[in-house]
Design a protein around this ligand. Structure first.
Ligand SMILES: [Zn+2]
Length: 242
């Protein structure tokens, strides 16, 4: 994985000039390079500084090491906010652990004695962590978000024109409308779940190979099947199963 790394680490980048990227913190800084490593640091010129005391913040920690003040959330992507690798194949356990740790650190009780500004930052940070977590936890939301990171907004391109797929969806909806017995609903539920699971595997493959076009197609299908899943869930509640 290529991560942006600053020349402050004194890593000699062998990539051609055209592939070098600017510092993640300040556009126009030419001291940041791309280097195949997971290390992340910032050049001293552009490193973030504590909003309160002005000290340099090392290694994107949440708190200033000098004055212990909570730092403002950086508008980074949700993966960075939670500190996990950007991949569709998120490990639920790791995601939950990181989330609970952050929410513990950002808990309002810890900021009762702090000033209004820091309390306000902790609330904003906490809301951002919640949003990041709920987005990355669910495969459909995670996939749609990853497409957004690639500049694709699926809300604007949900039109499905594949006639075979549309026929499949129509049939699934008809079967659901005609389901009379709890057993029928359960059967449709199982079938829908395994379809969604297969699509999740397809999406993982597409994202891992960087095939955004394929990921887009899979995610459109996932949206349709997820909405059928929601209908099935409502129906199960209505007829009192599970
Ligand atoms: Zn400080």
């Amino acid at each position: 994985m290529l991560t942006r790394v600053c020349s402050r680490l004194r890593i000699i980048c062998k990539l051609p000039e055209s592939q070098k990227k600017h510092c993640v913190y300040k556009k126009g800084c030419h001291r940041a390079l791309i280097y195949p490593t997971m290390l992340l640091d910032f050049c001293s010129k552009c490193a973030p500084h504590c909003w309160k005391c002005g000290s340099e913040i090392q290694n994107s920690t949440l708190f200033c090491s000098q004055c212990t003040t909570l730092q403002k959330p950086n508008e980074k992507n949700y993966f960075d906010i939670l500190g996990i690798e950007q991949s569709f194949e998120v490990k639920d356990k790791e995601l939950k652990t990181k989330y609970h740790k952050l929410q513990n650190v950002l808990h309002p009780d810890r900021f009762n004695a702090k000033n209004v500004e820091e309390r306000d930052i902790s609330e904003r940070y906490s809301a951002l962590v919640n949003k990041a977590y709920s987005t990355l936890l669910h495969p459909l939301a995670r996939g749609l978000y990853m497409l957004q990171l690639h500049g694709v907004n699926l809300d604007e391109e949900t039109r499905q024109s594949d006639p075979q797929f549309l026929a499949e969806i129509m049939q699934a909806n008809e079967e659901l409308a005609e389901a009379q017995h709890p057993e029928d609903v359960k059967e449709l539920d199982n079938a829908n779940r395994s379809t969604v699971e297969k699509l999740i595997r397809d999406a993982a493959r597409a994202f891992s190979t960087g095939d955004i076009d394929a990921a887009k197609k899979v995610l459109v299908k996932m949206k349709y099947y997820s909405s059928i899943g929601t209908r099935i869930k409502d129906m199960k509640q209505k007829i009192g199963i599970e």
